[in-house]
Structures are given as C-alpha cells and as structure tokens.
Design a binder for this molecule. Sequence first.
Ligand code: PLP
Length: 394
Amino acid sequence: MIAEKMKPYLKNNSAIRMMFEEGKRLAAQYGPENVYDFSLGNPNVPAPAKLKDAIVDILNEVDPVVVHGYMSNAGFPEVRKAIADNLNARYGTAFTENNLIMTVGAGSALNVCLKTLVNPGEEVIVFAPYFLEYGAYVRNYDGVLVEVAPDTETFQLNLADFKEKLSEKTKAVIINNPHNPTGVVYNEETIRALAEILKEKQEAYGHAIYLLSDEPYRELAFDGATVPFVTKYYDNTMVVYSYSKSLSLPGERIGYVVIPDEVEDSADTIAAATIANRISGCVNAPSLIQLAVARCVDAEVDLGYYDRNRRTLYEGLTKLGFTCVKPEGAFYLWLKSPEEDERQFVEKAKKYNILMVPGRSFACPGYVRLAYCVSYEKIVKALPEFAKLAKEYA
Ligand code: PLP
C-alpha cells in the first residue's frame, strides 16, 4: 500500500501533464500540424550550438574519470566559480564558488532550500497564481503553504495581502520572476517594497524570513524590462536558477542555488544545503552537463524568437476580443476566461484542437495559460482557430 501522503497526488495528477498527453492523442488523430498545443513550457528553440560543441570538446579533452565521476556534492568548484564570476560581472555581486550549489534543475534547488530551512509546521508563503509544484515541495518537508491572493488588476505582487499573511510561523517566501504563468516581471520598485516588508517583519518576529527567488526565466525579459537581482535588496535571499528554459535543456536537469554570505548563519546554511542536495538522493548535479554549462555562461537564448511569438499571439488574441495580461517575460500568456469556469472554456477550445491550461492549475481559476514556446508558424495557424473560438462568445 502506498504512503498516505502520496494518495492525494494520484488523485490530482498534474493537469498540465494530462494536457500534454491529450496533445499527443490529438496529434495522432489529426496530425501534429493541426494541433495547437500551448500547454507545456517545453522550449522549442534548440539549445545553442555552442553547448553541443562544449559537450563534444569535454568528451574529447577531459579525463573521463573526471567527466563521469563523483565530485563535491555542491558540484565542480571550477563550474561554480565560472558561474559566480559571470553573475558578479552582470550584477555587481561578489560571489565565490562557495556561494553556489549546482542542482538537478530549479525543482531540485527549491527542494534543497526548503529541506535546509523548513521545520514541520512552519509556513512558506507563495503568491497566487503560482507554479503548483511549490505546494508539493513545501509538503515534502511538512511545511504549511500559505497563499497570497492574486492582484487581478495587474498580477503584480499583492503586497497588502502579503502583509496580512506573514506570521510568526513564516519561515520562507517564494517569488518567481519573470513569472510563470502570467508573464509579468516584478520591477525594482516592487522588489524594494517586498524587501522592506520582510525586513520589518523579521525585526518584529525576531527571526529570519528567507526569500527564495525562483528565476528559471531570468533571461527571458522583453521590451527592455530588467529583472532585479534580489540578493542586492534583501540579505536573507537565495536565488534559484535553471538552464531548462534559458538554454533549452529541461531534460538535462541542471540548475543551481546561490546562497550569499549575507544570509544568516551562511556557513551552516551553505553546508546544510550541500548535505540536503546529497541526502535528497541527487548526490550531485549531473557531471557532464555541469561542465558544459560552465563553458556556455555567456551563451544567449534566442530572445527574438520568443518575442515575435509573444507579440503575434498577444496582438492576435486581443484583436479577437480576449483580455490578456501583456506579457513582459518568460514565455507564457495569461488570458482571462470569457466564461466564469475556465475549464468550460478550455474544453470548448479543444473543439478547435487548441490546448491551454486552466488557471486553477496555478491556484487562480477564471484564467488560462498559453505557453508560446512553440513554432511561430503554429501561432499564425492557430489564430483563425482562436477566431472561431471567440465567435462562441460573441
Ligand atoms: N519554477 C518555475 C516557475 C517553473 O516554471 C519551472 C518549470 O517549468 C520550474 C521551477 C522547474 O524547473 P526545472 O526544470 O529547472 O526543474
């Protein structure tokens, strides 16, 4: 018999994954070119050529015992140094390899942070809508997830409700910037305001409140939007990063967490996080891809590709009368369902072979998410189908 804790997961198996399966089914039935699958954040821009070259070079040049061997649980020191130097050059920070732990993607990095910090019963605050796995990650450590209500005018951080939700029991707060599923970017002013509230509450409660900044979409910001580097605004910050989206490597499972020296008890925290990486069963992040990303620290995502998709989809859908949040980052578009129960809207869309994810999969019913990390041609071809869908609500 499986563990009690796993039973709810069987019941609510991720709607996004189910949608992915549905996409495959429709593709087999109608042909993949006639299915408009906007359900999954699986980047379709290929990984940079530089990465393939790096992998080949590493395999040819580096001792196989090193390439395929165990290393420090935090990852290869020279890999961590290359990334720390790159962050320092970009953000004016002063990290060393000791401030970085290589992880099995952002998902694992978040688990490492939560395992390091959260005692049973302590609270972790998230802002709706949010990446629903956060709830599972917090429950892994018997933490209590506390949701801040969405600001449905702007989908920026609802700081008024945040203040209400902070309590003596708050141990950590998770933000995600640029944002999945809304595509918004929190600017410097917002991050400053968030930091001020956290500083005040730390003072009032007399203990640290950690800010976990989940940033797998860091480089995906458009129209000149800048993504603030949060460690500069609030000392007790850990930055979680992934190469899944920026280098199109979701299957490789590679990311890292930055734990600055300014974090309370930083030496113990870094040591505990390194152990958490090990005892979670990951042991260390995959070795070959660690070495490869270190050689690609300055590789860039093809932002123009996503930008063209973003503009075409946003303009196309708003012209048809749909209400969308203007996306400034990541590769998602957040659309207000024209009927109250967005699941009905998602069902109607399937008639036109359009697949979208209901907002309740992000704890925000009444909206749907479209992932536009698909081909440009697919977006162009989907728009007449969206026009038919729009007519059902005219
Ligand atoms: N955080 C957010 C907001 C995400 O959207 C995702 C993946 O879609 C992740 C974390 C997990 O990323 P990774 O593939 O690096 O585990």
